[in-house]
Design a protein around this ligand. Structure first.
Ligand code: T3D
Length: 262
């Protein structure tokens, strides 16, 4: 993987670990960081040896959303539609298009588009110091980067509306209680916990994960009939894999399976 300027990347045993690395800016997203994150997603999607993407933040924060320093350079002709399309929307689509598990290990505040970024991951594990802040309404904006898509689906319409209207700062503990994150760990242990989960997934069956994500991507918008059809298509692919044969053989031989992604 090539070097990047706004993020650190480490690849070990099939786990691609990204660290958002603008700690003095609370890892706020500038154009370059959005482009670099999309580039990583494209590499991970295309490389069969890369099985899981794990994302965390350097320093105190996870990601403070749009880098507000970039806002000063804009004039009346600035198109928010083009900006969102070329940055956050592209990033969210890229993340959902990576048919591999994406885990966010949320170390600190996730605000605005940083919240959207975390919500676009498949799973979120939080440090006890993490907090989840919409931030948009506080500066006169509406939600973007998929926040208004994921929040009602994860925590329900009423709670999502209140969180957005009141710019509620949701603690890690509360986030776990309402389903915004999958687990909370002590600050000194949480990254190792997330890494252990990522490592476990990296040893899993890649096609099984890919087809699971493909099915889940559509389940929120499909009818039952459409979803049953999609599940059958996904199973047609996973069921013809060598990994399925290996999984069944390992079951009968009472040993752990060794999945190859074939
Ligand atoms: O315009 C568009 O492009 C539309 C798209 C919008 C998408 C969005 O993401 S809108 C939302 C943008 N984000 C925010 O409004 C969040 C702003 N930040 C905060 O509310 C707070 O900083 C936090 C709640 C995230 C953390 O608070 P706290 O008290 O722990 O830290 P702090 O002191 O406020 O911030 C630490 C440093 O990070 C500070 O720099 P300094 O003073 O030490 O030099 C602060 O300015 C910087 N920082 C924090 N957020 C941003 C940022 N710098 C640039 N952009 C930021 N978003």
């Amino acid at each position: 993987m090539r070097d990047f300027e706004t993020i650190l990347v480490d690849v070990t045993d099939g786990v691609v670990e990204i660290t958002l690395n603008r700690p003095d800016k609370y890892n706020a997203l500038n154009t370059q960081m959005a482009n670099e994150l999309v580039a990583v997603c494209e590499v991970v999607a295309a490389d069969p040896s890369m099985r899981v993407l794990l994302v965390t933040g350097a320093g105190r924060g996870f990601c403070a959303g749009q880098d507000l320093a970039e806002v000063a350079d804009r004039d009346e002709s600035f198109s928010f539609i083009e900006h969102l399309e070329s940055s956050y929307n592209r990033l969210v689509r890229a993340m959902r298009g990576v048919e591999k598990p994406i885990i966010c290990a949320v170390n600190g505040a996730a605000a605005g588009a940083g919240l959207g970024f975390a919500l676009a991951a498949d799973l979120r594990y939080a440090s006890e110091h993490a907090k989840f802040i919409p931030a948009f309404i506080a500066i006169g904006l509406a939600p973007d980067s998929g926040v208004s898509y994921w929040l009602p689906r994860l925590i329900g319409v009423a709670r999502a509306t209140e969180m957005l209207y009141r710019n509620e700062r949701v603690s890690a503990e509360k986030a776990a209680e309402i389903g915004l994150v999958n687990g909370v760990f002590a600050a000194d242990a949480f990254l190792d916990e997330a890494r252990a989960i990522a490592k476990q997934f990296a040893q899993g069956a890649p096609l099984g994960f890919a087809m699971t994500k493909r099915a889940l991507n559509q389940s929120l918008v499909n009818s039952l009939t459409e979803q049953l059809d999609l599940e059958a298509e996904c199973q047609q692919i996973a069921g013809h894999s060598a990994d399925y044969k290996e999984g069944v053989a390992a079951f009968y031989e009472k040993r752990p399976p060794v999945f190859t992604g074939k």
